[in-house]
Design a protein around this ligand. Sequence first.
Ligand code: AMP
Length: 580
Amino acid sequence: MSMWSALSDKLDEKVLEDLTSNVKQTQDNLLEEILTLNANTEYLRPFLHGSSDKDTFKKNVPVTTYEDMKLFIDRIANGEPFDVISGTPITGFSLSSGTSGGKRKMFPCNNKYLENLNFIYCYRSFVISKYIDGLEHGKGMVFNFCVPEHTTPSGIPVSAATTLFFKSDYFKNRPPYWHWSFTSPDEVILCSDNKQSLYCHLLCGIVQRDEVVKVGTAFVSTLVRVITFLEKHWEEICTNIRYGRLSEWITDISCRDSVSKILGEPNPELADLIENQCKQKSWEGIIPRLWPKTKFIESIATGQMAQHIPTLEFYSNKLPLISSSYVSSETMFGINMNPLCKPQDVSYTFLPNMSYFEFLLVDAGDEVEIVDLVDVKLGCHYEPLVTNHSGLHRYKMGDIVQVTGFYNSAPQFRFARRGNLILSVHMEITTDQVLLNAVTHAKMVLESSDVMLMDFTSYADISTTPGHYVLYWELKGKYNNSIAEIDNKVLVECCYVVEESLDNFYKEYRKNGSIGALEIRVVQQGTFDSLMEFFITQGASSTQYKTPICIKSTEAIAILEEKVHARFFTDESLSLNFLS
Ligand code: AMP
């Protein structure tokens, strides 16, 4: 079978219609296929005794977490045969961005995973092209990156899932209909030096600015970072364009050769034009100003990424922002069939050919209720359990999703939250979603004084009694690219608004003194870039990187602490207002 077997010769509306209309059959067939391949692995044999029967699977195979699987995964990494957990060869290990719980997770991966990722890339673009005209002749300026790969003691490559994909034949030999073309040559994506790669992506995008119809990053936080990088490097980019000479520090040979070709002859007119735009005091609308034919931005803005929507709208003059898919290192889930909806209203239609999906009902008390994809109920919250082709069985994802509707018979889910992120200093539990909402409220206070919150994270400080919440905030002036001075009153009010927006348990404990006043530590500009670089040195992928909402790693906290330049607390007298 060719590697394109999951796709027909060209992309076809009917493929999606059939899949979303035959959810039960597709899921049952898929489970049977997975179990037939895997029933005799060391992991499954004691539960299934070689059977590929769905009922036996449901009755005997336990729900698992990463901790349960780690031992098996590590054994394969250390050289034992793949059939410890998988009936087909493990060709790579994908590292999750893993910054959320502070831990790196390593998932077995095989060609089926890459085939599925390819399917999602193709069909999400296909859906978008049904809603936006004139994309076929334009190019996408898409910031894709690879991280350095290493190998396990048994010689299997370990890298971010996207890196495994970009280095695979699926990407290298992609057929012409795969995607509209990119402004960057493949060599830029494949360059494992992040800074060189980003610089070259921008340079190629600027040189071909009249062809750019789409701007894309995996997550919106990356796009915000791309813009701040451009703020630091536009003069150098203009000099490169003016003289037709690439900066000497681009030393990756393949990158250098391919980008030099795109850069071409000296082009002082273009350099002047870009310079005129970039030296304006405000960067409001900079994306359409530099890339005037951009029709949309493709970048995930759901879940914790939603915090960056206002900043991105500022830079993009509210170009359509499309969150096109929901994917992870464990599996692909689905695509957004209504790409032009508001970023806040995005739901993902789960595709039944990706993995076998089950759903654990959230907040069901002591009862454990697990249902199939076709049996989820509108409005309910679930944690997906994944059974994939490469050795995960009934694996608890840790994400919480809510059913919002159906596309044909395929359920659609809103990404509600990451389930395991919590801040706690006493007996309260503050989930990432509650904290995000609270910060969103405080952001309105900031916005009214023309300051943007570029990124934030949090930390439960229990080094003193009572413990208290610490938020690290990186701020930036809306119209002058820096903040001249921080307004004490505004930041103190922000502390109060965050606390006021947390739940009643928090406020109760706060009022009785079990929790101390919330603190905002303002950090210097560029701090969150340093944080990202730190996580990248730990193996995180820059394509998949997400700033953790809550930090536990002492090394990461040390990076933030070094850059703190002001601290603010809720005025203690105001805490009396809580719950009054
Ligand atoms: P990784 O395995 O590093 O690619 O991270 C996967 C995780 O990113 C998922 O489990 C989600 O928590 C998050 N994620 C991926 N896609 C989305 C999305 N469309 N919306 C919100 N969060 C997402």
